[in-house]
Design a binder for this molecule. Structure first.
Ligand code: ZN
Length: 283
């Protein structure tokens, strides 16, 4: 792929202006008696900087839904919002991302509403934070989920068939203007590409967690039909950061240092996902 450097583009812009092909010379101006003002010195416009990526952090549960309960009474909804806020700080500190939370307080937000908020904001990445629970209190460690193949196909069909698809835009195409078949194909294609990206992101999280000493569940990257992962065009992963049913995990998940370590590892995963691992800032 040919990549123009900023200097190439600036050079081209300057030479066009200098040779008198500027936009101003094309427009017909009404005749004026006064002498025409000399053209302003040609100053190439600065190229717009790339828009910072928008990361949508999704702290699970909230409000009347406490999520999993720890052996000592820790509520999942409080742990995940604490890590979400740490991660938000981490991501904003580098100045390279915009960050939104699907909920920023202890409020109940329906799963589909979380997806809708990410779609509406045109998020580049969706990261759902959870803590798990198991009947066996020995089970501990983190795991990362992406949307399963079955769920992906089901969701694509449902999305494409939905009567209110009129306003939905997938890969820049308004689904309302398309036939059923075209809409279904577009959604399925977009969903497939998105799921591939999601899986790469999930693998990156697993690797980063591993490198940073976060205890992992065996078969760390798993697939399931979580409704919150169903955006057709936003790569998404759900992280279960540990088990509240395990006393050690529960303790860790409430310790600020551990919450910060998780947030740092997640920020490094986001950096790596966007190919910026080299530029990570020393905390
Ligand atoms: Zn949960």
């Amino acid at each position: 792929m040919a990549v123009l450097s900023r200097r190439d583009v600036l050079g081209a812009l300057t030479s066009v202006t200098a040779s008198g092909l500027g936009v101003g010379s094309v427009r017909a101006e009404p005749a004026k008696k006064s002498l025409p003002r000399p053209p302003p010195p040609s100053k190439p416009k600065p190229l717009p900087l790339p828009k910072p990526r928008l990361i949508m952090i999704d702290p699970g549960h909230g409000g009347r839904d406490p999520g999993a309960l720890g052996v000592r009474g820790t509520q999942e909804k409080s742990v995940v919002i604490a890590v979400a806020r740490e991660l938000q700080r981490e991501l904003l500190a580098g100045g390279r991302y915009r960050v939104l939370l699907t909920r920023s307080s202890d409020s109940y937000v329906a799963l589909r509403e979380r997806v809708a908020r990410a779609q509406e904001a045109k998020a580049d990445l969706f990261l759902s934070l959870h803590a798990d629970s198991h009947s066996d209190s020995d089970v501990r460690g983190a795991s990362v989920y992406t949307l399963s193949e079955d769920a992906t196909d089901r969701e694509a069909a449902a999305l494409a068939a939905r009567e209110n698809r009129a306003d939905m835009v997938v890969s820049g195409v308004r689904l309302g203007d398309q036939s059923d078949v075209v809409a279904r194909t577009l959604v399925a294609m977009s969903q497939r590409g998105t799921v591939n990206d999601s899986r790469k992101f999930a693998d990156t999280i697993v690797q980063t967690f591993g490198k940073n000493g976060v205890r992992l569940l065996p078969r760390t990257h798993r697939q399931a039909g979580f409704a919150v992962l169903t955006s057709p065009d936003i790569p998404a992963a759900l992280v279960e950061m540990g088990y509240l049913s395990n006393p050690q995990d529960e303790k860790l998940l409430t310790v600020r240092q551990h919450q910060q370590a998780l947030a740092r590892a997640l920020r490094a995963s986001v950096d790596a996902h966007f190919g910026a691992a080299v530029a990570t800032r020393k905390a």
